[in-house]
Design a binder for this molecule. Sequence first.
Ligand SMILES: Nc1ncnc2c1ncn2[C@@H]1O[C@H](COP(=O)(O)OP(=O)(O)O)[C@@H](O)[C@H]1O
Ligand SMILES: [Mg+2]
Length: 244
Amino acid sequence: MAPHTEQLTRSAVRLRGLTRSFEGRTVLDGIDLDLPAGQFTALLGHSGSGKSTLLRAIAGLDHGVAGDGRLTAPRRVSVVFQDSRLLPWRRVLDNVLLGLDGKDAADRGRSALAEVGLAGRERAWPGELSGGEAQRAALARSLVREPELLLADEPFGALDALTRIKMHHLLRELWQRHRPSVLLVTHDVDEAIVLADRVLVLDRGRIGLDLTIDRPHPRSYREPVLGEYRERLLAALGVTEDHT
Ligand SMILES: Nc1ncnc2c1ncn2[C@@H]1O[C@H](COP(=O)(O)OP(=O)(O)O)[C@@H](O)[C@H]1O
Ligand SMILES: [Mg+2]
């Protein structure tokens, strides 16, 4: 099988029986999950439902998960958080290049910054960037590592509505060009619907709904068919629109 075909049929993430408790309270209750290579998946759930806990477990950042859960994940994984986590004492390009070596690293860093629309800002300090620009830089820092899996934990949660829409376009373009598997944690139903191939709802420690969004990209928030997906997701989240 050609490597490309093989990649499309392979699971990037395979999770079996993941359980996580804190002080006797079970947050994740035996989760089974497969994320096919190259798929864009969104994870929705109420605040405190365990979204970040699940993402941290997949990222391999959580050493306290129960021993019988099994996880397979790719080698090159990048994580983006709500806060850009740029080091304030390093210039933007140096932040992107942090921990990277190789002769062409600087060139790759510059081209990643150009891809996220930050060409010319290589020598800026993080403090000089807007919130949206800082998240662009964080995306460039992920991209330059050519991740097979991109994990994003509410990466646009702190941005204003207009900046967030621009970031949606950017993330979708980057995903289409580089095709990592993406797991995007969000509490924004519309963000999930316009971006993802598949939307999961985390509820009481389990995947309560696993919805495929079979619509071509780019999608508009106004497509009527998306309204049906929105209703199903809101219902799974226990929100009914007629009472709001
Ligand atoms: N390190 C921790 N110690 C104790 N409790 C935690 C820890 N991390 C998460 N929790 C608890 O687990 C639950 C799920 O948290 P989290 O995964 O952050 O939720 P979400 O990202 O969906 O808002 C919350 O009740 C939170 O308080
Ligand atoms: Mg969270």
